[in-house]
Design a protein around this ligand. Structure first.
Ligand code: AMP
Ligand code: GLY
Length: 423
């Protein structure tokens, strides 16, 4: 069986390593993949947003199954076009991917179906938005409607920051057309939890919960990044919270999408905040999270490809999705200066043992050498029977990997350890 995976980051590497465990898989193509993924799949220089190129490649190489992992191709309708050519896919169609592609859509969906989320207003007019933020409660959260490479959310701590956020998104078009409309919403507080769910539109099977670490520096300081590390499970996500989320958030969301004739099939990511008033949705993603996937999939006991095919065939209810009773920690190694200015092209050296536990996000192969090619370079995941053990093993492995100017946060999982101790 030939499997195609669209994307080329740490998340895709984690998906590929897991899919490879299925004995029916004979070849995996990664479009475009990266220099690290090349050890586990055939990488082909076709970009993740080159939808026509992806479809042509899938057809001419007689691909049997396609997994579309990143948000852009999903929102652009990659799954619809592959399906038209008779290629079964994992991932939502365009009309369902809008749940991530438009924050205005997702907020209105939650309001219409009573799904708990922050109070909000939508603006398409700059002056109306400026008038609103000149009088609203502060802090306030300002979000560009469309995709913005994960940078479209601004938490304004002062009125001046709110005004400048509105201007930079709506007037200066910092995120292009993604800022034609904005959502201005209430600032919520509480621990954050990521829950990735498999759904075939009929049933929902949540994966093990996880915790991201978005800020660049220790102690949650510094700028927001694509994620500096993760742990799973998330200690704040107790059985009681999980049950409440299923009843108040997960099932109502899947049902709401069905009611809107936008059945969601694939991985639906719930970014949740456990507020004093109960769990609320901070964001939906129409895909696996990065770097959540790098701790969630290593703990999956069931065969990933089998589960994905059950989603495609709408037989998820009959397909077990089981996780190990263990903990995982992923530590991201980045290039110093990330997420703003950093250099590329440093040679990466790692032992075979480290490589087995590594998901490469930004590296290129040049003359047999693996060179850094991005800000976030790789993630190292370790599994342990306790959280402490997983964290310690992940750092021990990370410290054996070398490239010039490498840095990582030294406190991945520390907040989770504290939460465990408070239980
Ligand atoms: P996103 O870019 O959508 O992942 O959002 C980035 C981060 O902004 C989230 O992980 C939250 O920490 C924070 N955030 C988003 N919306 C809110 C909100 N309404 N209240 C407080 N924090 C928020
Ligand atoms: N880790 C957050 C995301 O994948 O969007």
């Amino acid at each position: 069986m030939k499997v195609l995976v669209v994307g080329g980051g740490g998340r895709e590497h984690a998906i590929i390593k897991k899919v490879k465990e299925n004995p029916a898989v004979t070849e995996i193509f990664a479009l475009p993949g990266n220099g690290g993924i090349a050890a586990d799949a055939t990488c082909v220089e076709i970009g993740a947003t080159d939808i026509a190129g992806i479809v042509d490649f899938a057809v001419s190489n007689r691909v049997d199954y396609a997994i579309v992992a990143p948000d852009d191709p999903l929102v652009l309708g990659c799954v619809d076009l592959l399906e038209e050519k008779g290629i079964p896919c994992f991932g939502p169609r365009k009309n369902a991917a809008i749940i991530e592609g438009s924050k205005v859509f997702s907020k209105n969906l939650m309001k219409k179906y009573g799904i708990p989320t922050a109070q909000y207003e939508v603006f398409a007019d700059v002056q109306a938005a400026l008038d609103y933020v000149s009088a609203c409660r502060i802090p306030v959260v300002i979000k560009a409607d469309g995709l913005a490479l994960g940078k479209g959310v601004i938490i304004a701590q002062t009125r001046e920051e709110a005004v400048s956020a509105v201007k930079s998104i709506m007037e200066d078009k910092q995120f292009g057309k993604s800022g034609d409309q904005i959502v201005v919403e209430e600032f919520l507080t509480g621990p954050e939890v990521s829950v990735l769910c498999f759904t075939d539109g009929r049933c929902v099977k949540p994966m093990i919960s996880s915790m991201d670490h978005k800020r660049a520096l220790d102690g949650d300081q510094g700028l927001n990044t694509g994620g500096m590390g993760t742990v799973a499970p998330n200690p704040y996500y107790t059985g009681a919270v999980a049950q409440r989320c299923m009843e108040e958030i997960f099932l109502p969301t899947v049902n709401a999408m069905n009611a809107e004739n936008r059945t969601f099939k694939g991985c639906l990511y719930f970014g949740l905040m456990l507020t004093p008033d109960g769990p609320k949705v901070i964001e939906y993603n129409c895909r696996f999270g990065d770097p959540e996937t790098q701790v969630v999939l290593p703990l999956l006991k069931s065969d990933l490809l089998t589960v994905m095919q059950a989603v495609t065939n709408e037989t998820l209810a009959d397909t077990p999705v089981e996780f190990m009773d263990a903990h995982a920690c992923c530590v991201v190694l980045a290039s110093r200066g990330y997420p703003t200015h950093y250099e590329k092209g440093f040679e990466i050296t790692m032992t075979e043992e480290a490589r087995k536990s590594t998901y490469v996000a930004g590296a290129a192969l040049k003359e047999g050498k693996l060179l850094t090619s991005g800000g976030r370079v790789l993630g190292v995941t370790a599994i342990g029977d306790t959280l402490e053990n997983a964290i310690q093993k992940a750092y021990a492995l990370a410290d054996t990997i070398h490239f010039d100017n490498a840095f990582c946060r030294r406190d991945i999982g520390v907040r989770a350890l504290k939460a465990q101790a408070e239980e």
